[in-house]
Write a protein that binds this ligand. Structure first.
Ligand SMILES: Cc1ncc(COP(=O)(O)O)c(C=O)c1O
Ligand SMILES: [Mg+2]
Length: 241
């Protein structure tokens, strides 16, 4: 038996939004209006790239950014969940609209990087001047539920297809998330044994419970508050299947 557990990152693994958290490094913690205006619900990569440029212009270093990321708390029970998932039964991936540098700092800081098979996110790097640079994961025009730079559902399906080509078939696929941008992958889970984990009190659960959406949900919906809830549900699902 093999189970794929796909995670969102911000407000799912960590208990904050890494992109919004980093703004505290700006002078007085404030971002100029001209940069704030770049924020768009259909994609925030350009907004974040402008913030990183602004931080660099104000002498923020890669070390400052790393330290800032390491302050962000994990969601209760997430570290325990990752320890539970660290075995052959599970493959763990992350699909996030944050960026590769932030996720790498945080996973390595907690020694969790070895548990994660692949991180799908916007590629980022520090250039020779130590300014954080950011790019789109991909450019998409097929999904209205997703941002223009990252369709989590497409990424999840591609991962499953690529694994199948290597002979790895998943008996259960689980998606753990919190936000509006996590609805697309949840709707692509087409097996009744698949598991949808929307975080209680966040926007994904409201979307899933919307009567117009609910009828297209096939996987079993398990609202969660902590990583411990997810451990219990996965134990039950893998023992009973
Ligand atoms: C600026 C910004 N970054 C990241 C995210 C979400 O990232 P993730 O896909 O890791 O939850 C959001 C969600 O609205 C956002 O506004
Ligand atoms: Mg999120």
């Amino acid at each position: 038996m093999k189970v794929l557990v796909a995670f969102d990152f911000d407000h799912t693994i960590i208990d904050d939004n890494s992109d919004l958290y980093v703004r505290k490094l700006a002078p007085d913690g404030k971002i100029p209006a001209a940069i704030s205006e770049l924020y768009n619900n259909r994609g925030w990569t350009e907004y974040m790239a402008a913030i990183f440029k602004y931080l660099h212009e104000n002498q923020t270093t890669s070390i400052d950014i790393e330290q800032c990321m390491l302050e962000i708390p994990f969601v209760d029970g997430m570290k325990e969940l990752f320890s539970y998932l660290d075995c052959d039964l599970f493959d763990v991936i992350i699909v996030s609209d944050s960026n590769s540098v932030f996720i790498d700092f945080i996973l390595r800081g907690a020694q969790l990087h070895t548990v994660v098979h692949t991180v799908y996110t916007n590629p980022a790097y520090f250039n020779e001047e130590d300014c954080l640079k950011l790019d789109f994961y991909h450019t998409q025009d097929w999904c209205d539920l997703s941002t223009v730079n990252l369709c989590k559902g497409h990424i999840l399906e591609s991962h499953i297809k690529n694994q199948k080509k290597k002979g790895i078939l998943y008996d259960i696929v689980a998606f753990v998330g919190d936000g509006t941008n996590d609805l697309c992958p949840c709707l692509r889970l087409k097996n009744v044994h698949d598991l949808i984990f929307p975080r209680v009190g966040f926007s994904l659960i409201k979307k899933i419970e919307d009567p117009q959406v609910e009828s297209s949900v096939v996987g079993k919906v398990i609202p969660w508050r902590s990583g411990f809830d997810i451990i219990s549900a996965l134990k039950q699902a893998t023992e009973t299947k």
